[in-house]
Design a protein around this ligand. Structure first.
Ligand SMILES: [Zn+2]
Length: 380
């Protein structure tokens, strides 16, 4: 057996309390390829934690059979800070309650000192360049200083993931179909991941603008490649993806065990685990540009009454939902229609139907880039 479990203490946020992470490691340290997987950085993403739970069982079995060929790190609960936040019995994920912002934004930018650190160490050999960049990235991650509990969480997860070939950040949406985020430099290379997990929408953005966890590891490579030019080949050597395991309510062994089996087959296909994964399933979608996905927002407060189901094919102008004002005295003025701004299909909706102005009520996956989707591409 190669499995070891590391317990990583976070900075204590208040006297008498301290949280920690568990990182399960499989395979010989330093073996390649290396995959890093974590679940639920937004905390309130139970499907992702259940996928990690089932994956761990599969990895334990493979390890007992001596089948781990690369190195795999699995963090089954990436955000114990968020998991501790609750109000009126509701788990409050997504944002850090003490003011640290969205848990999946503003991750440390590993790029700024990277060109200087690798200066004079890069040449014509892509494999040697990869080694030099990884070693510099490890150095940068090692120097991150924890200023508080949240930044100690960021630092610990960054150090675990920083030199991986594959980083899979497992989330879920509110009410949603399975979907996947990647940078365009990893398409079509990552077709196997998209097909294996059964992605219904695979969304590409070179820089979504939010410094999310996945882009922390994928974009230093592409930015460095652009800076040094084609004479010095720097491959996009970290395939980092965000996987959205449908909606929060899609939590159950019968749903998430097959999800874990799909990840296991993907890791087999990529040479991390011995054994035959069988034929790749038929893909359920092609990739589309994230700036072609419309985020439909309500301009007013009220109750969302959906007119279209999740997954419904929609055309520009179709009414997706009405926002009902329960205080309107004139019933004819009670509802405001929200229409699709693009042709596509409805990928997400919201579970909780009372909305405030500016809330997203759904995402429509289209194929034509939208003028409304420039710059910052994430939901919030
Ligand atoms: Zn999330």
């Amino acid at each position: 057996m190669t499995k070891t479990t590391e317990r990583i203490a976070l900075v204590s946020p208040s006297p008498g309390t301290q949280r920690h992470l568990l990182a399960h490691r499989y395979g010989r340290p330093g073996a390649r390829p290396k995959a890093y997987l974590q679940a639920s950085i937004h905390a309130d993403e139970t499907p992702a934690m259940l996928v990690a739970h089932h994956l761990m069982k599969l990895l334990d079995e493979a390890d007992a059979e001596g089948a781990i060929a690369g190195e795999i790190i699995l963090v089954p609960v990436a955000n114990p800070i968020g998991l501790s936040q609750s109000l009126n019995d509701h788990l409050l994920g997504r944002h850090e309650a003490s003011g640290g912002g969205n848990f999946n934004r503003s991750w440390p930018d590993l790029y700024p000192t990277l060109p200087t650190r690798v200066a004079g160490k890069l040449g014509r050999d892509p494999a040697r360049n990869i080694d030099a960049v990884r070693s510099a990235l490890r150095e940068i991650a090692g120097e991150l200083q924890p200023g508080n509990e949240f930044s100690s969480l960021r630092g610990a997860l960054t150090r675990l993931a920083v030199d991986a070939d594959i980083v899979l950040d497992m989330h879920c949406d509110d009410e949603a179909l399975m979907h996947l985020y990647l940078i365009p430099q990893h398409w079509p290379e990552a077709r196997d991941l998209s097909a294996e997990i059964g992605s219904r929408a695979t969304l590409l953005a070179a820089d979504s603008g939010g410094h999310s966890f996945d882009e922390t590891f994928s974009t230093p490579w592409t930015r460095l490649a652009a800076a040094v030019g084609p004479e010095t080949p720097v491959p996009p050597a970290c395939l980092a993806a965000t996987i959205e395991y449908r909606g929060q309510a899609d939590t159950g062994d019968e749903i998430n065990r097959p999800d874990a089996q799909a990840l296991f087959r993907f890791l087999q296909r990529r040479g991390l685990i011995a054994g035959d994964p069988g034929p790749l399933p038929k893909p359920l979608c092609d990739a589309t540009s994230l700036d072609a996905t419309e985020v439909l927002r309500s301009p007013v407060a009220g109750i969302v009454c959906y007119r279209r189901a999740l997954g419904a094919k929609v055309a520009k102008g179709d009414v997706i939902a009405e926002i009902l004002n329960p205080l309107a005295e004139d019933p004819s003025q009670q509802r405001l229609s929200l229409a699709a701004g693009t042709d596509g299909f409805l990928m997400t909706r919201r579970q909780h139907k009372m909305v405030r102005p500016g809330n997203s009520i759904g995402k429509i996956v289209g194929t034509e880039p939208l003028a409304s989707r420039q710059g910052y591409l994430l939901e919030d």
